[in-house]
Design a protein around this ligand. Structure first.
Ligand code: UTP
Length: 295
């Protein structure tokens, strides 16, 4: 298996987070906690676990606190040290030590494709990963590592796909396939952004992990605004697919959609139930509560 030459995880975080208003009026949605850890820290930890060496955060207006989260905080550390609170000290230091963090500003949120384009100078011709903070992938089901393997052996670009029921496929970029699947790998012939259920070419929707070749930038530079008036990365990736340069890895592990209120609530409850410190009490309370819930 050839080694991956992908080093950088690009994490777009310049969106407006309108689905989470009013919480996201002043607080970036990437900093909303899932249990007690900001959503974005899970993503950076996932990049580190997959063997990447740096992240490039795409930020914008009102998002400075995201970058601060990855710096050390000496006054807070001194207070915790004086109290001898080793557990919290380790918890706040974890984000400083995960990976080297860079940031670049998008200027205006013109869409995910436009956000990715801001990484062009930084990645400098190398393939790179794109990770969306809205999709939290359970650390026990390593998806990005598998995608890096597939990109290293096949070249080109790779997206993560999951199977969705017809009622949900219109929320995702949808893949049409060339030939049969080979284990968890498929050859993508084309991509359609958020198709109506009856027009979807398959039940495979894109989830927020991509490994892209730098060829995407030249395409993004001439991609016009698409769905929602935004420059869509799916539209640019469709061109790579038509050229035969795009594969998909079909993921059947645990994924939580934390960009949406209901998905965020479910992820928080589920992950807290599994925690040693919170789980036993929370599980007991949920069992007691369930029969009393309104129908
Ligand atoms: P979304 O459309 O899901 O995020 O974009 P959003 O715009 O923040 O949220 P809603 O839909 O209004 O609630 C997916 C990812 O792309 C980033 C977002 O921050 C999110 O992580 N994004 C989107 C950008 O960085 N820039 C953009 O112009 C648009």
């Amino acid at each position: 298996m050839p080694a991956s030459d992908v080093r950088t995880a690009v994490i777009p975080a310049a969106g407006l987070g309108t689905r989470f208003l009013p919480a996201t009026k002043a607080v970036p949605k990437e900093l909303l906690p899932v249990v007690d850890t900001p959503a974005i820290e899970y993503v950076v930890a996932e990049a580190a676990a997959a063997g990447l060496s740096e992240v490039l955060l795409i930020t914008g207006r009102g998002k400075v606190a995201i970058v601060d989260h990855f710096d050390s905080n000496p006054p807070l550390e001194q207070v915790l040290e004086a109290k001898g609170d080793k557990a919290r000290l380790a918890a706040i230091r974890r984000s400083n030590d995960l990976l080297q963090v860079h940031s670049v500003r998008q200027g205006e949120p013109k869409g995910l494709g436009h956000a990715v384009l801001q990484a062009k100078a930084h990645v400098d011709g190398h393939p790179f990963a794109v990770m969306l903070g809205d999709d939290l992938i359970d650390e026990r089901d390593p998806l990005l590592r598998r995608m890096l393997e597939v990109q290293a052996s096949h070249g080109g670009s790779v997206v993560a796909l999951m199977e969705f029921p017809p009622s949900q496929i219109s929320l995702y970029g949808c893949a049409s396939l060339r030939g049969e699947r080979d284990g968890d790998v498929v050859d993508i012939a084309d991509l359609v952004e958020k198709p109506a259920a009856e027009e979807a070419p398959s039940n495979l929707g894109i989830v927020g992990r991509y490994v892209l070749s730098a060829d995407i930038f030249e395409i993004l530079e001439r991609t016009p605004p698409g769905r929602g008036g935004e420059i869509q990365v799916t539209d640019a990736m469709a061109e790579l697919a038509v050229r035969g340069e795009m594969r998909g890895v079909i993921f059947d592990g645990r994924r939580y959609d934390t960009g949406d209120r209901l998905g965020w609530l479910k992820a928080t409850v589920l992950l807290a139930c599994e925690r040693e410190d919170l789980g036993p009490e929370l599980r007991a309370w949920l069992r007691e509560l369930t029969p009393r819930l309104p129908a």
